[in-house]
Ligand binder design. Structure first.
Ligand code: NAD
Length: 492
């Protein structure tokens, strides 16, 4: 493992908080270590924000909002700055992607895709800044004229996880800024570095001071301070369902607007009439892309019994072919699990799967030769039954649980038999069956004969305990705007 060695950009050595357009230390003076999971080695130190720093950041965001420094700019000017952020990010793609891989452990090509998607997200919402419109309302009350204004909700607290640190931050920051909101972003403590690079890029693009503040820190400290803060108008959260529930409870105290993108246990449904070669490839990509640390990972493979004996060996063989290793090597398909804690959790689930009677047909262990890095073999379980832990709980790692079904209704019932409802896929050559099943699935995204596709214009979010509100697309703008009804008396 040599290719990952590089000096970190100066702004990350050590990383500081970005508040009111300035790099500052934490009020407490404390810092925490960011670790490269591929080597189990410290990368750098970052200032550890807590409630006092969140206070400062919210004050800066409040000022940038209330003074009109950001929302008062002409929409065209806001669009231009968001567009310039996209351009600067694109110019720095290689550097940003390397930092993402260093802190997260994902293969470099995946980090490149993350940066591309982030660029696309900023470009997409740059376009929206000039198109957020109210309506005129046909009123039944005589002699009254009614219209609506769409106004920015105010100061947004954005709290994001470690699996797509930069990209998921952009899913909140770009639409919030397009709407005229100001933002305090709290990245996950495992992966704060690319959020800090985003702050630098925003400043270079001319974003006014205070419009975007970045406060790395712990969830229970900095995160909760943001959620409870009386001057924060809205929390946009992506993370686990357990933390989402806690956030919704805490935010209720100040009746904050909240949107939640939470966990998943997404079903990848393969009918016997599908192109099984394609379906096997889709099943492998659906679970192992991003090391399975993907909220929408196709972690439950539901296969029609008639196709089982052809599909499952193909999926197991596909898993076996995935190169696990140095995330900076071109041939690597599976990088390091983000942290030791997450690796232990994933290995724990693998042991539980074995203990509860499922059969390992691929992988099933840590990659010993890559120690001390946190690498886990891509693992496929067959013979999983619906009540097993690995069929029910989100593992958030490279572990696939295979279950069978015998007809369309059973496939739908199995797929919906989960507290989650983030995503699902259907593989079949029967167009009627495909759309019928898509209509019956309780999931925010359904892919037909494909998996894991995203587009800045396509809404993304969960049913049931996978959350509420939608990121991306025009729908995300609803998260960051209030609708004001204005009445005008026209009586002469
Ligand atoms: P997590 O919930 O532990 O942490 C997410 C963020 O919340 C981090 O920044 C963390 O510091 C912060 N946080 C933790 N406790 C907090 C608290 N009490 N108050 C405020 N903030 C707090 O999640 P994670 O382990 O970082 O990420 C994995 C989870 O995220 C998985 O469940 C995954 O499915 C989910 N996820 C969902 C989506 C989606 O779009 N639905 C996308 C990616 C990840």
């Amino acid at each position: 493992m040599t290719t990952g060695t590089m000096a970190l950009p100066q702004v990350l050595s050590p990383g500081r908080l970005f508040i009111g357009g300035e790099w500052v230390d934490a009020a407490s003076g404390r810092t925490f270590a960011v670790v490269n999971p591929a080597k189990a080695e410290k990368l750098t130190e970052v200032a550890e924000g807590d409630a006092a720093d969140v206070d400062r950041a919210v004050e800066a965001a409040r000022l940038a909002f209330d003074s009109g420094a950001w929302p008062g700019l002409p929409p065209r000017k806001r669009a231009r700055i968001l567009w310039d952020m996209a351009r600067l990010l694109e110019e720095r793609k290689d550097e940003v992607a390397r930092v993402e891989t260093l802190q997260n452990g994902k293969p470099l090509f995946e980090s490149g895709i993350d940066v591309d998607m982030t660029v696309e997200t900023f470009e997409y919402y740059a376009g929206w800044a000039t198109k957020i419109e109210g309506e005129t309302i046909p009123l039944s009350v005589p002699n009254q004229f009614g219209y609506t204004l769409r106004e920015p909700v105010g100061v947004v607290g954005a709290i994001v996880p470690w699996n797509f640190p930069l990209n998921l931050a952009s899913w909140k920051v770009a639409p919030a800024l397009a709407a005229g909101c100001t933002v305090v972003l709290k990245p996950a403590s495992e992966t704060p570095l690319t959020a800090l690079l985003l702050a630098q890029i925003a400043a270079d693009a001319g974003l006014p001071a205070g419009a975007l503040n970045v406060v790395p820190g712990g969830g229970r400290t900095a995160g909760e301070a943001l959620v409870k803060h009386a001057d924060v108008d809205k929390i946009a959260f992506t993370g686990s369902t357990a933390v989402g529930k806690r956030i919704a409870g805490l935010a209720a105290e100040t009746v904050k607007r909240v949107s939640l993108e939470l966990g998943g246990k997404s079903a990848n449904i393969v009918f016997a009439d599908a192109d099984l070669k394609l379906a096997a490839r889709g099943a492998v990509g659906g679970i192992f892309y991003g090391k399975g640390e993907v909220c929408a990972a196709g972690s439950r493979l539901l296969v029609e019994s008639a196709a089982h004996d052809e599909l499952v060996p193909a999926v197991a063989a596909g898993a076996g072919k995935m190169t696990v290793g140095d995330p900076f090597e071109k041939t690597t398909r599976i990088g390091a699990i983000v942290s030791e804690k997450q690796m232990e959790a994933v290995l724990g689930y693998i042991e539980t799967g074995k203990r509860e009677g499922a059969t390992v047909v691929a992988g099933g262990a840590r990659v010993a030769e890559l120690e001390p890095g946190y690498f886990v073999q891509p693992t496929v379980f067959d013979g999983v039954t619906p009540e097993m832990t690995i069929a029910r709980e989100e593992i958030f790692g490279p572990v696939l649980a295979t279950l069978t079904f015998d007809d369309v209704d059973e496939a739908i019932a199995r797929a919906n038999d989960s507290p989650y409802g983030l995503a699902a896929a259907v593989w079949t050559r029967d167009i009627k069956k495909a759309h019928y099943v898509a209509s019956r699935l309780k999931a925010g995204t359904v892919w037909i004969n494909t998996y894991n596709l995203y587009d800045a214009a396509m809404p993304f979010g969960g049913y049931k305990q996978s959350g509420y509100g939608r990121d991306l697309g025009k729908h995300a703008l609803d998260n960051y705007t209030e609708t004001k009804a204005v009445w005008v008396d026209l009586r002469q």
